[in-house]
Design a binder for this molecule. Structure first.
Ligand code: NAD
Ligand code: G6P
Ligand code: MN
Length: 435
């Protein structure tokens, strides 16, 4: 019988997770679900935790749902540990977005200056969790959803030494659904290959007759006739430059907008900033509405309103990954995992986001090979930036942090890099003991 632990259990996404477990009740012999949070999230944990209990009961299951602020008690003998915490909660995200934007620089949850600061706050915590896991549940799998998911997963595997870690994101799921819909074919009849790093990956698509459909999809999704579409609630819908995508011959992910059309995305974000409507501010209001709904003692299912969050369908990743490891199902999934030569342009021991079957011993990604030069250069810069961020997060080294800021494509170098870094270091001081 399984003991599953979720750290950051007070997240408004928890009903999504519970729904995913309920859907897979025949594949997952669950006995206990432990939702862990901290003092600052206590109230959220209680509200969403009670809702989780109602969902389990309504499904007629005898699983026990435990709510706790004692992480060590929860981790004892756990089989799977999933993480969905946000150090500093949404108020910290508001700073990540608003401080850069106040200087006319892109502020975003996982990209640019904001993403790097989310990593600085989060990486020491994930390493701490791993230290507890070494002692309390040495055989557990760590399923990381916490953003920036790629960097957090790399820190867990390479620096924490926790090999049984898989990083997840819902973005590839959206792209799979989008391709199936555009081609008018069932998703199961398509074969996908994704490669890159978290929130910076590309993909190719084939049909079951063996024909590659990537070029056709580029036309259908980004061509002159098509209406642009970001299927992600959190990414503003600016069309990609068609000729450029066609030239690359790979389908981009939604987050490439921040790099390929940086000026338009920035202009839009600055507008939101001026109106007091950055994504974090909008999400804070959505979250408040969700928790009002969760308080209703009659609500025992995931409300529609949760679709307003960018991470909708995320349980299709998290719960399926667990079911696939547990049963050696070999479901074809996109996971942040060790490169091991899958992408020849990147270091062997770094973490990449790639597709492949998830076996009883974890992901076994398909070989991707090399990127065309136009993608190779930028992904190598991005990976070098990530490695530098992780080093700064662990050592608290100011020079490394400044270097990461300087090489990040979304942060201008020189005095601006330094100004932003210094301002963010002060703003987030309480969550950055290492600096
Ligand atoms: P949130 O602000 O609601 O935070 C979730 C919970 O984490 C809160 O209840 C908070 O109190 C708790 N928390 C903070 N520090 C903690 C700690 N040290 N230990 C335990 N709990 C702690 O966040 P959210 O908007 O629900 O998002 C949760 C996380 O999941 C974020 O990191 C977000 O970026 C990530 N996320 C990732 C994806 C993905 O694609 N990988 C999708 C959606 C959300
Ligand atoms: C996407 C990404 C997540 C990100 C989320 C933000 O789904 O995959 O990594 O956390 O959007 O959504 P939000 O509603 O918090 O802006
Ligand atoms: Mn994601």
């Amino acid at each position: 019988a399984l003991k599953i632990v979720t750290i950051g259990g007070g997240s408004s996404y928890t009903p999504e997770l519970i729904e995913g477990y309920i859907k897979r009740k025949d594949e997952l012999p669950i006995k206990e679900i432990w939702l862990v949070d901290i003092e600052a999230g206590k109230e959220k944990l209680e509200i969403v935790g009670e809702m989780a209990k109602r969902m389990v009961k309504a499904a007629g299951l005898d699983w026990t749902v435990h709510l706790t602020l004692d992480r060590r008690e929860a981790l004892k003998d756990a089989d799977y540990v999933s993480t969905q915490f946000r150090v500093g909660l949404l108020d910290a995200r508001i700073k990540d977005e608003r401080i850069p934007l106040s200087h006319g620089v892109l502020g975003q949850e996982t990209n640019g200056a904001g993403g790097m600061f989310k990593a600085f706050r989060t990486i020491p915590v994930i390493l701490d969790i791993i230290n507890d896991m070494k002692e309390l549940c040495p055989n557990a799998w760590l399923v990381n959803f916490t953003n920036p998911a790629g960097m957090v997963t790399e820190a867990a595997i390479k620096h924490g030494g926790w090999k049984k870690t898989a990083g997840l994101c819902n973005v590839p799921i959206g792209h799979r659904k989008q391709a199936a819909e555009k081609l008018g074919l069932p998703e199961e009849d398509l074969f996908f290959k994704f490669a890159g790093i978290n929130h910076f990956h590309w993909h190719r698509v084939w049909d079951k007759e063996g024909n590659e459909r990537t070029a056709e999809l580029i036309d259908l999704i980004y061509g002159p006739e098509s209406e642009s579409e970001s299927h992600l609630k959190n990414i503003h819908d600016v069309p990609f430059p068609y000729e450029q995508i066609k030239d690359l011959g790979l389908l981009p992910c939604g987050y490439h907008r921040y790099y390929y059309i940086e000026d338009e995305m920035l202009a839009h974000s600055v507008q939101e900033f001026k109106e007091g409507k950055t994504r974090a501010q909008v999400v804070k209001a959505t979250e408040a509405r969700l928790f009002e709904l969760y308080k209703d003692p009659k609500l025992d299912y995931k409300p529609k309103e949760l679709e307003q969050r960018g991470g909708t369908h995320y349980s299709d990743a998290a719960c399926e990954l667990i079911a696939s490891i547990q049963n050696d199902k070999r479901t074809d999934m996109v996971v942040s995992t060790e490169n091991n030569g899958t992408i020849t342009d990147l270091p062997y021991d770094c973490i990449v986001e790639v597709s492949g079957p998830v076996t009883g011993h974890g992901p076994e990604p398909y070989n991707w090979g090399t990127f065309p030069p136009a993608a190779r250069g930028i992904i190598q810069v991005m990976k070098g930036m990530e490695e530098t961020v992780i080093r700064a997060a662990i050592d608290g080294d100011y020079g490394a942090a400044l270097h990461a800021f300087t090489i990040n494509p979304l942060v201008p170098g020189g005095t601006m890099a330094k100004t932003l870094l210094d301002e963010l270091l002060i703003a987030h001081q309480e969550h950055l003991p290492q600096f």
